[in-house]
Design a protein around this ligand. Sequence first.
Ligand SMILES: Nc1nc2c(ncn2[C@@H]2O[C@H](COP(=O)(O)OP(=O)(O)O)[C@@H](O)[C@H]2O)c(=O)[nH]1
Ligand SMILES: Nc1ncnc2c1ncn2[C@@H]1O[C@H](COP(=O)(O)OP(=O)(O)O)[C@@H](O)[C@H]1O
Length: 197
Amino acid sequence: MSGPRPVVLSGPSGAGKSTLMKRLMKDHEGVFGFSVSHTTRNPRPGEEDGKDYHFSTREAVQKGIDNGEFIESAEFSGNLYGTSKAAIEDVQAKNLICILDVDIQGVKRIKETDLNPIYISIQPPSMEILEKRLRDRQTESEESLQKRLEAARIDMELSKEPGVFDIVIINDDLERAYEELKDILNEEIQKVQEAKS
Ligand SMILES: Nc1nc2c(ncn2[C@@H]2O[C@H](COP(=O)(O)OP(=O)(O)O)[C@@H](O)[C@H]2O)c(=O)[nH]1
Ligand SMILES: Nc1ncnc2c1ncn2[C@@H]1O[C@H](COP(=O)(O)OP(=O)(O)O)[C@@H](O)[C@H]1O
């Protein structure tokens, strides 16, 4: 109960969540732990099973959901994604700040639980820039890219609703966005660092 508050990072696909999160974890070793989600999408080159995601089948994820093993799950761009209770417990057992990377549907479902995280939305400066970043990343087929852009439009609208997020960070200049992210999390980071010393 008294562990550090988890952090939910959300925002459109391609907004820069992974980039910011990886940097945060690298710069603060032993402070953060990533909640490894399950997904039915295929791994990208360089992604590791059990580290980036638990790459799984729809049947297996659905079975886990039916058994009550997930705190939330959502359909995104034709695939099923979900956060297992074990993913969060693994991080919290180590007294680390648990980071969850979930879409806007996940945010809404987590709000119905007692997780009590800090809700952060990472937003691109514009749809045009988002599309360019997603294309340059070269991870998506044209079909997948279009689905992500459609989901991004919905995300950008919903994230403007007051009270959904504690803070919305516009990821224009990466350095500035990263500083903003660190500032918000500073108090929790310090708590974890003090508990260790
Ligand atoms: N609800 C929910 N969304 C997730 C989960 N894991 C990842 N996502 C979201 O699914 C979307 C697609 O993720 P991914 O396929 O990794 O693509 P990327 O965000 O473009 O790198 C993103 O918006 C993620 O935040 C999860 O466990 N639950
Ligand atoms: N501030 C930024 N300026 C330019 N490119 C960026 C910036 N932030 C992220 N990127 C690039 O945009 C792409 C999408 O970022 P990524 O972290 O994969 O997004 P997400 O995890 O939200 O899907 C990546 O290729 C990344 O290198």
